[in-house]
Design a protein around this ligand. Structure first.
Ligand SMILES: [Fe+2]
Ligand SMILES: [Fe+2]
Length: 465
């Protein structure tokens, strides 16, 4: 047997990820030479090494070993991919990783100066240069300007966004913990950096989305909330009937599968199924009656049984015994490739944070918040608000690569938008207005599904009300 970690590391050295089926096979073979043969034989731009890349090298011995649909691959967010941290070192490592990952995207467009060097070396005074840092604080000054404190591994720097300059609006939209580059000049006394331009990691302006060469169709949904007394069973049954005849290969569910137990005070009065196992069993029965030819990709949300801190692990086996075999359980977030079309699944808890940070944002239209994620290339850019984050060695919430589709849910209001070629789908819900939403004056748009043509990336909204 070969150590699975050794196998994964060898592929990572060549900048490739490797599918668990391939790892399992190589571990059993115990031949390190086989890994090298595979690396040499596959295209250098391969992101995930899967069985389909290596026919002829790996014999499909019993014909059933690699039974998963090869056209649906979990690129990121495989069950168990995110460890659990929580110590002080992990926070430091987490933010360093975030800085490094997002920083490297910004660095492709500029050559930043380390903050310590900028402050120490007088040759930078009053000369235009760029710094790259994590935003640790923002505020307005008494004169109406915006200030931000920027931090890189070498030091911190106060940055001023002058109210009379176009860059002021960039200062207004800065979010704590996002990573930005700032072009500008250091004041003569070396105490303040005047911003001229903000460089966000962002989606490249010439981003051309990939489309499948073969026909294919996926349906995106979220927030089923099975077990709630507002779950719309009849609408779900109409959806289920429609799927029987529809040519759909993939069904993606972006969290809040069930309503859960004890998620909010008084929830027990609004449940028709008060047992968490029975809630998942009911969903398992619903999914079992859908066509078994579909691959169903399931990631959790804040109402599900796993820990709330993101990345959330996949739904554990003890809850999904009644689910059909065509289900794949992934983490939240997860990046899946459907015939090469990358879909970034994320439940969307951070929309609750972004709504208070993006000027003018409202729940009826999530598109500015979703665009805000893509501009910052991060699914939950700010830390310590309503979105709990489990800091690990790696920041799994970074958006990289740029997906063709960003599939979110959580706010229960369906919306479709486009940000620089990335299709943003907020999938709505299968739950009618709850008493809490009534209090908050939130009007959900339930019983919708979004069908995606993988050849054209054209979305179609289906209404099962
Ligand atoms: Fe929900
Ligand atoms: Fe949610």
């Amino acid at each position: 047997m070969l150590d699975t970690r050794t196998i994964v590391h060898r592929f990572l050295e060549t900048k490739m990820q490797v599918h668990p089926d391939v790892v399992r096979y190589l571990a059993e073979q115990g031949d390190p030479g086989l890994i090298e043969t595979i690396i040499e034989s596959i295209p250098k731009d391969t992101i995930v090494v899967s069985v389909k890349h290596i026919p002829g090298i790996i014999p499909d011995r019993d014909g059933s070993r690699f039974s998963a649909d090869p056209r649906c691959e979990v690129v990121k967010g495989n069950n168990g991919a995110s460890g659990y941290g929580g110590t002080v070192t992990d926070y430091v490592q987490y933010f360093r990783d975030r800085y490094n990952r997002l920083g490297s995207i910004v660095r492709s467009r500029c050559t930043p100066v380390p903050i310590e060097g900028l402050l120490r070396n007088s040759r930078y005074r009053e000369e235009t240069c760029t710094v790259l840092g994590l935003v640790i604080e923002t505020r307005s000054t008494t004169n109406g300007h915006r200030m931000a404190e920027l931090e890189d591994p070498s030091g911190t720097l106060p940055v001023l966004f002058h109210k009379g300059r176009p860059v002021f609006s960039d200062g207004e939209t800065l979010i704590p913990d996002e990573v930005i580059g700032v072009r500008g000049t250091l004041s003569g006394d070396g105490r303040l950096f005047f911003a001229d331009q903000v460089l966000r990691p962002d989606v490249p302006i010439n981003h051309a989305p990939f489309t499948s060469s073969e026909p294919g169709s996926a349906v995106l949904i979220s927030d089923i909330h099975v077990g709630s007394d507002t779950f719309l069973e009849n609408a779900w049954n109409r959806f289920s009937d429609w799927l029987d005849d529809a040519e759909v290969s993939y069904l993606l569910i972006a969290g809040d599968l069930v309503d859960g137990i004890g998620v909010y005070p008084g929830q027990e009065h609004e449940l028709t199924i008060a047992n968490i196992y029975e809630q998942y069993d009911a969903l398992g029965a619903m999914l079992s009656s859908l066509p078994s030819r579909m691959v169903i990709v399931i990631s959790p949300g804040n109402h599900d049984v796993v820990r709330a801190a993101e990345p959330q692990p996949a739904i554990p086996p003890e809850f999904v015994g009644r689910f059909p075999k065509n289900c794949m359980f992934v983490e939240n977030p997860a990046l899946v490739s459907l015939q090469g079309v990358m879909v970034q699944m994320y439940h969307g808890r951070s929309i609750d944070d972004l709504i208070s940070l993006v000027p003018g944002a409202k729940y009826e239209d999530a598109s500015p918040m979703i665009a805000g994620m893509l501009q910052r290339r991060h699914l939950a850019p700010t830390y310590g608000k309503r979105t709990p984050i489990a800091p690990g060695r790696e920041d799994h919430l970074v958006i990289d690569p740029v997906p063709e589709v960003l599939h979110t849910g959580h706010i229960h209001i369906m919306g479709i938008s486009d940000y620089r070629g990335t299709l943003c789908v907020n999938a709505g819900t299968w739950q009618s207005q709850t008493s809490f939403q009534k209090q908050m004056n939130i009007n959900p748009t339930p019983a919708r599904a979004v069908q995606l043509d993988l050849q054209t990336l054209k979305p179609t909204v289906l209404d099962f009300n």
